[in-house]
Design a protein around this ligand. Sequence first.
Ligand code: NOJ
Ligand code: CA
Length: 681
Amino acid sequence: MYNFFKLLFLVSLTLTFIMCSLLKNNAQSAVSSPDGKVNINFILKDGVPYYSVLYDGDVVIQPSSLGFRFKKIEPMNKDFVVLDMSTKSINETWQPVWGKTNEICNHYNELFVKLKEETELGRQIHLVFRAYNDGIGFRYILPEQPDLKDFEIISEETLFRFTGNHTAWWIPDEYDSYEQLYKETPLSKAKAVNTPITMKTENGLYLSVHEADLTDYAGMTLTAVKGEPNTLESNLVPWPDDVKVKASTPHRTPWRTIQISADAGGLIESNLIVNLNDPCVIEDPSWIKPMKYMGIWWGMHIGKETWHIGPKHGATTANSKRHIDFAAKHGIPALLIEGWNTGWENWGKEGAFNLTTPYPDFDLKEVVRYGREKGVVIIGHHETGGDAADYDRQIDSAFALYQKLGISAVKTGYAGRIFPNGQHHHGQWMVNHYRSVVENAAEHHIMIDAHEPIKPTGISRTYPNMMTREGVRGMEYNAWSDGNPPEHTTILPFTRMLAGPLDYTPGIFDLTFNRYKKYNRVYTTLAKQLALYVVLYSPLQMAADLPENYKNQPAFTFIENVPVNWDKTKVLNAEIGDFICIARKNGDNWYIGSITDENARRLEIPLTFLDSDKKYTAHIYTDAPDADWESNPTAIKINKYLVSHSDTITASLARGGGQAVRITPATEKEIKTLKDYTPLK
Ligand code: NOJ
Ligand code: CA
């Protein structure tokens, strides 16, 4: 039986729905979350549609207008009357194929509004509003109708009128990249941003605006509206001719989402984005397997090796076998090999890469065979340099080759300007391209790790072979730029990661790599690198450093053990941009990751989530008392203690530091021999 839905489908009668009036072009209606705290109001005032949002009685979004402008046809943003309004309530649970929890509750109340123009055209727009305990979503539907067939959207005019000059964390609205450091500013300084944008209000409420189910539509950026303080408007990424979306009815927009939480951690525990996507369409997803991987990768970024063929070529048969041997010995089940195919010398040109021809010093078949013998699968690589049109031409043969060899995961890349000319990474044409790659991959039983991707919007629920992606300023920036400052990874969980998993590629042990580069380095301690495996969730998670840097390193044991799939996730303590402490459960074991920014700090971690009748062993990997990201990054202490649910452990985090903890049920021998927990001095 297809394992996706073991669901409880409950149409609840406890709807908190009030229809106040249904006058011609003035109407009002409301819907509330199951716990009653989140309220959405729909208002039609003099024919113009608005929505507003409240949390616990406080206004979060003031009445904000909705509508579209089109090329060549009349706008649809006024002159409406209500045709019909209805509500429904859903309460179900579903099991994701992989994820931060093994079960997800999808519980909401919905208001469905049908609007019709009172003008001669009489065109219809439908609006769907869903109120969840962890936020809201709404989308537009343009139904099939005689007077609206093909259309070209010039602008979607969705407003978000916030109630104050909140503190905001954001990256700029680049149409081709999400690889920026997050800025923390008052909302008034966030003039043009990519989503998710996260905010904290004066009352300490946390909000994050994003989108869900981005399908056959342009990615949404947000721009400040001139003359209207604290107001952002949707601004879609354009086609080369400046049109935003080209489509025909029936068509629907992605959900416009606002996650809402009384504490920062609640944003991370929220499942709003995946809940607003369609259920899994892959009938038997048993071939989809989260896994850790190593790579012939970091060597190229630090200059030890090259992608192209030559004396330093990384992807040789011999070097691949050396990596496979190391991975096999340490139980890492997969190896990414970049630079295996011809064309890297042409990177930047149109049609540069041949995705089926290996370089002469790389025997693809033999490497795959050797890996299989050792229990290590190969992760394939399709760098396109941004030439998506050429990828479309090669993709069938490229995936067929990998499938024939039994390669079940492929990393894709779009590092460069998009071909066809003038298209953007985040525009509708590329949204459709990225989706067709995922669909094509599913047919070939291939999992995808996309770099230079479109942002995640929860489509991994529908296509769980869409495992992870970049769309972030990841580890590689430490190899060749001024790097990622210590606070970067304390912001990502509350911004980029609310959208979905992240291929950050943690696990660098040689933090300064002076042998290869004098002026670049990683801006953390070693213990923080370990903690990132718990903090930064990804179902494909890399151990990114060179194998030689993991040799004889007791800290590597943590990476060997840490899972890539979780039954439970709890944020224990967090403040955006300062620190975060997350506990995750897999089977009977718990893992706790704590990280800090550039400030040293002490966090107390009560272990109340452990079973009260059991003894556990805590394997603690923590910054040594004299550790410091700048002057002494590799100083780490590794200790084992006996703990129970009544213990509180301390994380004494160095500047740029972290602590990683693995908690396993204690064996008889451990109960007899291990010391009780005592914090490091
Ligand atoms: C950029 C990707 O982020 C990186 O991981 C990859 O190694 C290079 N492009 C080459 O494909
Ligand atoms: Ca800070």
